[in-house]
Design a protein around this ligand. Structure first.
Ligand code: KIV
Length: 261
């Protein structure tokens, strides 16, 4: 699969569905390279890589470190780096953070959580040549003020979410993540904008889907949100292999003759 550009990502809307997966390291990025349309270095790494309860303590330094590791493996895939909580409080802060990502990593774009309120920041970035993916709906960086409730159930949600999506699009974002939104509302948001929407827990009618790799491959076992599908039982496979290794070490079956110098 040839590496996509911002232009080809936008063009994909109405042509085909876009597949996005998160990655945090070189090894998995290399496995995903060329297999999906985009790789997101999400600040969800703070949860599933760092074992923290939320994304809020992820720093820009950490995001840059992991983005470089991912880019070394994902040589042929469009890579997006999440700007972490607190790194885009105002326009100049957002620009400074995004410039660091662009100058210190080969990432193709950054992602920013927020709709109407963050649109001026997104505009500042896109005007300065930085590709931005938006993120609306359930926004983990806002969970202390907004909680983790699915959006779209209250009557006022539809109008507000469409306004968010349109503001982000008008600010120049090339795609918009819609997280934790009822399927019917996500469909209407998707129809209201001309850039691709990438859903997570937002039903089947968005222009693409994104999943966190450790959810998708069954490595994260603490809980399974309704929208996650396990494409393999990663945790079970690892435990089985490690158990076998221990048994082989104890019995002397490992290493064999051909596994020694
Ligand atoms: O941090 C992340 O992994 C994300 C996705 C859930 C969209 O923002």
């Amino acid at each position: 699969m040839a590496k996509l550009s911002v232009k080809s990502i936008i063009k994909a809307k109405n042509e085909r569905k876009l597949s996005v997966i998160t990655a945090y390291d070189y090894l998995f990025a290399k496995l995903f390279n060329g297999e999906v349309d985009m790789i997101l270095v999400g600040d969800s790494l703070n949860n599933s890589f760092g074992g923290r309860p939320d994304t809020l303590s992820a720093t820009l330094d950490v995001m840059i470190y992991h983005t470089n590791a991912v880019c070394r493996g994902a040589t042929d895939t469009f890579v997006i780096c999440d700007l972490p909580f607190g790194s885009y409080l105002d326009e100049s802060g957002a620009l400074a953070s995004a410039l660091r990502v662009y100058q210190e990593t080969p990432a193709d774009a950054v992602k920013i959580e927020g709709g109407v309120v963050k649109a001026p920041l997104i505009k500042r970035l896109t005007e300065n040549g930085i590709a931005v993916m938006g993120h609306i709906g359930l926004m983990p960086q806002f969970f202390r003020s907004e909680g983790f409730a699915v959006k779209g159930r209250a009557e006022s949600d539809l109008e507000r979410l469409i306004a968010d999506a349109k503001a982000v699009e008008a600010a120049g974002a090339f795609a918009i993540v819609i997280e934790g939104v009822t399927a019917d509302v996500a469909k209407k948001i998707t129809e209201a904008v001309s850039v691709p929407t990438i859903g997570i827990g937002a039903g089947k009618d968005t222009d693409g889907q994104v999943l966190v790799w450790s959810d998708m491959l069954g490595f994260f076992e603490d809980f399974k949100p309704k929208f996650v599908r396990h494409y393999m039982q990663g945790a079970q496979a690892v435990r089985k292999a490690v158990k076998q290794y221990k048994e082989d070490v104890e019995s002397g079956a490992f290493p064999a003759e051909n596994e020694q110098y």
